[in-house]
Every structure is written in C-alpha cells, then in structure tokens.
Design a protein around this ligand. Structure first.
Ligand code: GDP
Ligand code: MG
Length: 711
C-alpha cells in the first residue's frame, strides 16, 4: 500500500475536481455544498509510486454536527491519512482558512491547495504564497481544479511531505486568547488527560469548551463520571461572569483574528471585476421574492419541453435502426426459437428502452448546467421559506432537486441534514420526485396518448405532480408522524455564478449514460429474455391448432371478399396470440396480478411491467416492449409499441398508469439505499408501503372518477 492522501476542505472548494484530476475518475462535482456526502477513494501514481487519494465530504469546521461533516472528521482523526491536502477556495481565503487553523491546532499539518487560482488572477488578487506558507508553517501550491493546472505539482509535494513524516513540527498558529482562558484550557486539559490517553488533550479541552457534540458524548459515556463536563460548565460560567461571553466565542474570534492577520500580511487585493457584484445583480432577479418561483418553474418547463421535442429526432433514428435490425433478424434467420428470442425478446426489450437515451441525455445536460452555474444552490435558498412551511428544512430542497436525476444520491444527500426527523422525512419523501428512469414511461405515454401536448404532459409528471405529491405528503407527515420536530436555522452558502466547463458537463452526462447503458446490458437484457421466455412457454398446441383450422377455413371461404378475408384473418391472428399468451407462464402470473391493477384501467401486461419496475423503472418500458410485441407478425414489424398501446389504453387509463409509475417505489437500489440510510426496518417498511398505497389510491381515484365523468 502506498501513501494515503486525503483531500479535506470546505464544501465547494474544489476537492472533487482535484480528486478527479488526480485519479482520472469522474466523480460528480457541483457548484454547491453537499455534493460529496460519502468518502471516495481513488488511485494515482506519482513517479511510479502508487498512492491512494481520498475525497472527503466538505467540512466548515472540525466542531461539527451534520453526518457528512462528522464522516470527514472521524476519517481525519481515526484513519490518520499520511498527508492531508487542505483544499481552499483562494478567492475566499479568510473563511476557508478557518478549517486549516483547526487542523493545525489538532496537530495535523496539511499541504494547502490554493484552488480557484484562475479566479484569483481574474479578480486581480495577489497572494504572496511563500509568505503565507511561512506564516502558517505549511507548504502551499496554487491549483486550478477545472483545468488541472498545478495538480501534478501539488501531488508531488504531498508525496514528498508524506515521506518526510514530520509528525513533530512547530505550530505557527498562536491564538491570542485572554490569560484566563488559556489557564482554563490548561486546567481542563489536565483533567481530560486523566481520562483520555489520546495525544492531544489540549485539543479535546478546546472542543469541550466549544461544546462539540461528539466529544461531549464521548465524555458523557464515561460511567459515573461527569466531572469533565461539570468542570467545563464551571469554567463556562466563570469566564462568562468575567467577560460577559463564553470561551467558545473567544476561541472562534481568536482563530479569525489569526487568519485576518495572516491574510493581511500576504494578500493584496486590487479588484478588477467584482464577481460578487455581478452575482448580486443576477440574484436580484433570480432570487427575487416573487419572481424567483415563476422563473424556476419556467426553467424546468423549458427543460422538459426540450427533453421531449429535441429528443424526438434522435429517438426516431434509433427506432429506425432497431426496426431495421429486427427485420434483418426476422428475414435472415429461420423461424424458430432463436429468431423469436432475438426479435421478440432482446430487440423488443432493449430497443424499447434505448430509444429514450437522448431524452435522458438532454435532461442531464440541463440539470448539470443548472448545478454548475450555481443556480441550483440558489433554488434551495429560494425554497427555504416554503420548505419550512411544510415542515421541512431548506437543505431538504437539495435532495429534492437531486431526485430529478436519480433517487439514490438524493436519498444519500439527506445526510447533510442535521436533525434526525428532518433526515427521515426527506428520505421518505425524496422518492416521490420523478427520477430520470421514469422519464421514458412518461415520454412514451405522453407521445402516444397526448401527442399535441406531449412536452407539457412530461413536465406535468416529471415536475408538477411529483413536487405536489412531495409537498402534500410533507404536510401530512408534519401533522401526523412528526408533530414535534424542531426548526434548525441554516446558512445556505451562495456560491458565485460560474460558467460551467464543457468537461464537467460531459462528465455528468457520461455518468448517466454509463449508468443507463449498464442497466441496458444488465437487468433490462435479463428481464427481456426472461419475460420473453415466460411469455413463449408452455406452448399450448391445442389452441394453436384450433386457430390454424379457423384460419384455413377463412382462407378457403369462397363467400368472402378479399378485404373481408384480410380483416377476419387479422382479427383471428390477434385472438390467437392473446389466447396463446394467456396460457403461458407470464399470462398466468399476469392474470394473478390483474385484479390489483384493473381498478386503474391497466391490463395484465401492464401489471407485469409494473412489477418488473421494482427492479428499475427503466425496465417498465422494456417489459412493455416485450409483452405487447409478443406474437408479433414478422411480416409486419412497422407496427410499433405505440400503436399496440393505443389498442389497450385510453388517454385516461394511460394517465392513471403514469401516475402509478410516478408514485410507487422507485427501484431496488433506491429502496436498499433508503434502508441503509434510515437504519430502521420499521421506517423502511413504512416507506415502501406508503408509496405503494399512495400510488394505487391516486391512480385508482383518477381512473374511477374519470370513468364516471366519461373522460
Ligand atoms: P467540492 O465540493 O470541494 O468537492 O467542490 P467541487 O469539486 O464539486 O467544485 C465546486 C465548483 O467549483 C464546481 O462548479 C467546479 O467546477 C468549480 N471549480 C473547482 N475548481 C475550480 C477552479 O480551480 N477554478 C474555478 N473557476 N472553478 C473551479
Ligand atoms: Mg465534492
């Protein structure tokens, strides 16, 4: 094993960008905090020496409360990486150095990466790197996480630093604290030393004075001895009566004081363009008290219009390719099992899903632009008030928006929430937001049943209804399950607006495509073949013979006109396929499921498709491709899935079907993720069952009421 190099720093400093540059990975970056909530590892080589790079979630401070921050902290404290690279947004030195100072107090000597160096230059800021390095006692490298400038040097420095193993060093950080507080820290750390045999009792004492939760818990767990905490409380009171302020405030102030001093020495600002002012100007419109909401909806509306309209052209192309493949297969292969497997199973299943790849790409293109420019971070800010009103937290809006892409990272993003009830609620609700895997179903049904309003229908399902369901259920939960949850204040960081790089957008899109294609080659293929097989066997000879006789008799009927014969033959063929299908395994399963879906106007094939959708929502469309295409007359492959659906569904039942797809459990992976994050089987069971119940009730209500109104 080589050196372990960890990237730490505030959210949005560019850690993941540097990580990707170092390891060649393509982890998701985003212009907001809370994108990386898990610890990621990657490998790199420096002069043929293998090293491990670790990307940590963002942390503002070592005294922390949210889960992702705590994960970063315990990694630094317990795993003890060989080198810590502290990534800093160099345009915002004062704030980002806070963590650096804390690291130094802890005895961790980082290598500083002054990231965003490109912006430092355009802003006309001059930073005397050697001087700053001397003041802090650490090596410093300037980097550009987007273009990759300076990354190699940074890595080489980090490796050198790791080999020197300089565990003892002179801490240049001298906090200017009043004598009384220094004394109090000494007293407390002496007492801590009798309980705790770690190597930094002074740091622990300071954490206690700062009321750090994790350290408090550690000491409260020492049985029958609250003396450490009691001593801390006494000190708090003493200092407060002396200065009118607790030590906590003094310590933070002293850190900022030290930083301000260091920055003053080493940084010269000669502002050329004022990025803040520029951002503020845009913000006066985009986060306007009133206009913010319609503008946000307008953006999403445009996005989903584009998803549908622009997606159509490549979609037709892919459809053509697949129908061409189908006709080649059916003409060049002899009739038989292999041909049926290929045409009715594989091509129908995969082709049915892959045509939606362009829509998905467009969706992700839009989302990544919104993320990378910094607009998404604003939306959380805009929605904060609304979220509080429905019993949630402004931070919950980030998972909500991430849910538009995929429920899995969205559920994980709930880790950024500090309070447990908020986290549970967010995990329960996020799956209601329609993820990209549901998009194909909506695009298919909207295009088939509402061709004149397809873009709007897609928008309706993908945004309006999903968000409404989220809000309604949030209100319901607020008044039933979570009546006494607290409100936590939060400061949402507003990153400056940035032009996204083409590279980061490509990384985003590639991520999604990769994910989608993998599903295509994996589960969708598997299910298509399985469904085809279940739909082809057992063969019922009796029925086939009965229909063959009937077909022969129609052909030989002299009394019928040619046209009449044709229609009668088609009808007879269709009846034959339906009848054969009903006696296969899938028919039997479907018939069992049918009573469940009948109330909302879906047939047994729809039921089977929905059931396969538990594995992944992409499979729903693939399954429909196989189930509705089965028994396809090979001379006529032109008739696509659309026409077949039109025979089975009405616009009303199609609407109800889409509603069911929107609301029921997203997929296995999301379910497993939710279980893992909730860490409580009762909540997990609740999450699945309430989503199923909600989906069924809504779809049935719409269908039944619509039928009554003769829609
Ligand atoms: P993390 O939260 O620390 O992992 O930060 P990310 O790597 O996700 O980056 C946050 C944002 O800053 C993204 O929009 C990046 O494209 C952008 N970014 C990262 N490094 C640089 C840089 O050196 N210069 C500029 N201008 N932007 C950067
Ligand atoms: Mg990150």
């Amino acid at each position: 094993m080589g050196l372990k190099i960890a990237l730490a720093g505030n959210p949005n400093a560019g850690k993941t960008s540097l990580f990707n540059r170092m390891t060649g990975a393509s982890q998701k970056v985003g212009n907001w905090g809370g994108v990386t909530v898990e610890i990621k590892e990657g490998n790199a080589k420096v002069n043929d020496e293998p090293v491990t790079i670790i990307d940590l979630p963002g942390t503002y401070s070592m005294s922390t409360c949210s889960l992702d921050e705590a994960a970063a902290r315990s990694y630094l404290l317990e795993e003890k990486p060989d080198v810590v690279i502290d990534v800093i947004d160099a345009t915002n030195l004062e704030r980002h150095l806070y963590l650096t100072v804390q690291l130094l107090e802890l005895g961790i000597r980082p290598v500083l990466a002054l990231n965003m160096w490109d912006e430092v230059k355009t802003k006309g800021i001059e930073i005397d790197i050697p001087l700053l390095g001397k003041l802090l006692g650490v090596p410093i490298m300037a980097t550009d996480g987007r273009k990759g400038d300076g990354v190699e040097r940074l890595l080489a420095t980090a490796v050198d630093f790791g080999h020197q193993k300089q565990t003892v060093f002179e801490n240049k950080v001298q906090l200017k604290l009043p004598k009384e507080i220094e004394k109090a820290i000494d007293t407390l750390s002496d007492h801590v030393g009798t309980f705790y045999n770690g190597n930094n009792p002074r740091w622990i004492a300071m954490q206690l004075l700062e009321h750090d939760k994790a350290v408090e818990i550690m000491f409260s767990q020492i049985k029958n001895d609250r003396s450490v905490l009691d001593l801390r409380d006494t000190i708090d009171k003493q200092i407060a009566s002396l200065f009118g302020e607790t030590p906590e405030g003094f310590i933070a102030e002293a850190r900022y004081g030290f930083i301000a001093g260091a920055v003053k020495e080493s940084v010269k600002v000669e502002v050329k363009i004022n990025r803040i002012e520029f951002s503020e100007k845009i913000d006066s419109v985009l986060t306007h008290r009133f206009w913010a909401y319609p503008i946000f909806l307008l953006f999403l509306w445009l996005l989903f219009q584009a998803t549908f309209k622009l997606g159509q052209f490549p979609m037709h192309l892919i459809e053509l390719v697949f129908s061409w493949l189908n006709s080649i297969a059916s003409h060049s292969l002899p009739a038989g099992v292999i041909r049926d497997l290929l045409t009715d199973g594989i091509i129908a299943g995969i082709g049915g899903v892959i045509v939606f790849l362009p829509n998905i790409l467009i969706l992700f293109f839009g989302i990544s632009i919104m993320e990378d420019t910094g607009y998404m971070a604003r939306t959380a800010f805009i929605m904060d008030k609304l979220m509080h009103r429905i019993g949630l937290h402004g931070k919950s809006f980030i998972p909500m928006i991430m849910g538009l892409g995929c429920s899995v990272p969205a559920i994980m993003a709930a880790r950024t929430l500090e309070s447990k009830p908020d986290r549970i609620k967010t995990i329960l609700l996020t799956p209601l937001i329609s993820c990209s895997a549901r998009l194909p179903v909506f695009v298919l049904f909207a295009g088939t049943f509402f061709p004149n309003h397809a873009g709007n229908i897609v928008f309706l399902f993908q945004v309006v209804l999903g968000f409404s369901a989220f809000i309604c259920m949030a209100i319901l939960f607020k008044h039933t399950l979570f009546t006494n949850s607290e409100d936590y204040p939060f400061v949402m960081e507003l990153p400056p607006y940035r032009l996204p790089t083409f590279r980061s957008i490509l990384i985003h899109m590639w991520h999604k495509t990769e994910h989608y294609l993998k599903k295509m080659g994996g589960v969708v293929l598997l299910f298509s073949v399985a469904l085809w097989w279940l739909g082809a066997y057992p063969k019922s000879r009796g029925i086939e013979e009965k229909y063959s006789i009937e077909i022969e008799s129609i052909k030989n009927d002299k009394t019928m006109s040619d046209d009449g014969k044709k229609t009668a033959l088609v009808k007879c063929e269709n009846e034959k396929h339906a009848s054969v299908m009903e006696h296969t395994y899938i028919g039997t399963i479907g018939k069992m499921l049918e009573p469940l879906v009948k109330p909302f106007g879906t047939d047994w094939r729809g039921a089977v498709s929905l059931a396969t959708g538990f594995v992944a929502k992409e499979i729903v469309v693939g399954s429909m491709g196989v189930l509705y295409a089965a028994g396809n007359d090979h001379s006529d492959n032109k008739q696509g899935l659309r026409q077949k659906l039109q025979k089975v569904y009405t616009p009303l039942s199609a609407f109800a079907f889409m509603l069911f797809v929107l609301l029921y459990t997203p997929c296995m992976v999301a379910l497993v993720t939710a279980m893992r994050e909730l860490k409580d089987w009762k909540w997990s069971v609740f999450s699945v069952s309430y989503q199923l119940a909600l989906a069924w009730i809504c779809a049935t209500a719409v269908f039944q009421i619509g039928t009554l109104l003769r829609l």
